[in-house]
Design a protein around this ligand. Structure first.
Ligand SMILES: C[S@@+](CC[C@H](N)C(=O)[O-])C[C@H]1O[C@@H](n2cnc3c(N)ncnc32)[C@H](O)[C@@H]1O
Length: 251
């Protein structure tokens, strides 16, 4: 765990929180990615205990509530995001428990407890992928499901200008990088697709589905004309990777 990076990112997320309230939460998996309505990765959530890693403003937990989850648990680094989640979820009849913590640490979450752990556009902030996935594996019951979405590893390595794609950074290069386009320093981690997959396998997960598809409506084309996730770029490379995995049952 890199304490300095976490401190920097906590500050940046507290400053930037409002810009991200409700940005692409479930049923969306990310900008111009197929949604849960198309993919049905979660299936029926009724009466299931769910945990959201990097729950942000709580909008994906709200989606879980609307689908009759039994318990809503969330963890996030930023107190500003958690305050927003608290007010969004205050009228839920379902029990809600929110923890202010880096995902690299267990702030007191139970082991062998959750039917589903998920993370929407948060996992790539971790300063220790193996530790984070090992934690998630412990929180899940045997056979429980872990689903995450994150920016596709190619996306930030490739830029586009006048329709021409340029590879700015080697695909092989991994580790921390300063994310451009944030008002304050924000340090993200760059992993390869194989690193996510191998780390999941090493932490006791069985991969069930990997999705790299791009999906856009007419509205998305307008909405993503000139942004970090541009429609022009999405025509050639995925914006988002989604992986569904399951905690292996002991033989
Ligand atoms: C894009 S937002 C998540 C959106 C949210 N999952 C949703 O569905 O609406 C990313 C979140 O990751 C959180 N975050 C960043 N680094 C973290 C870390 N190391 N541990 C836990 N949360 C972290 C940020 O505070 C932020 O709320």
């Amino acid at each position: 765990m890199n304490v300095k990076t976490l401190k920097t990112n906590k500050h940046s997320w507290n400053e930037a929180a409002e810009r991200f309230y409700g940005r692409n939460p479930l049923p969306e998996y990310g900008p111009m990615a197929p949604s849960e309505d198309n993919l049905n990765l979660f299936g029926d959530i009724t009466n299931l205990k769910v945990l959201d890693i990097g729950c942000g403003s709580g909008h994906s937990l709200q989606y879980m509530n609307e689908r009759n989850a039994a318990e809503l648990w969330g963890l996030d680094l930023s107190e500003k995001q958690l305050n927003a989640a608290r007010s969004l979820l205050e009228n839920c009849t379902t029990p809600v428990k929110l923890f202010e913590s880096p995902m690299e640490e267990n702030p007191g979450l139970p082991h062998d407890y959750f039917d589903i752990v998920y993370s929407i556009y948060a996992l790539g902030w971790t300063t220790n992928l193996d530790k984070t996935l090992a934690n998630i594996n412990k929180y899940l019951k045997q056979g429980g499901v872990f689903i995450f979405s994150w920016e596709h590893p190619l996306h930030s390595r490739v830029s586009i200008e006048s329709g021409v794609l340029t590879l700015d950074k080697s695909y092989h290069e991994e580790g921390p990088y300063d994310h451009e386009g944030w008002g304050n320093p924000a340090i993200m981690q760059q992993f390869k697709v194989s690193t996510y997959i191998n780390s999941l396998i090493n932490c006791g997960f069985k991969i069930e589905q990997v999705i790299e598809d791009v999906y856009y409506s007419e509205e998305d084309i307008q909405r993503h004309e000139n942004r970090w996730y541009s429609f022009e770029k999405a025509k050639s490379i995925p914006t988002t990777i989604i992986i569904k995995s399951r905690k292996l049952k002991l033989e």
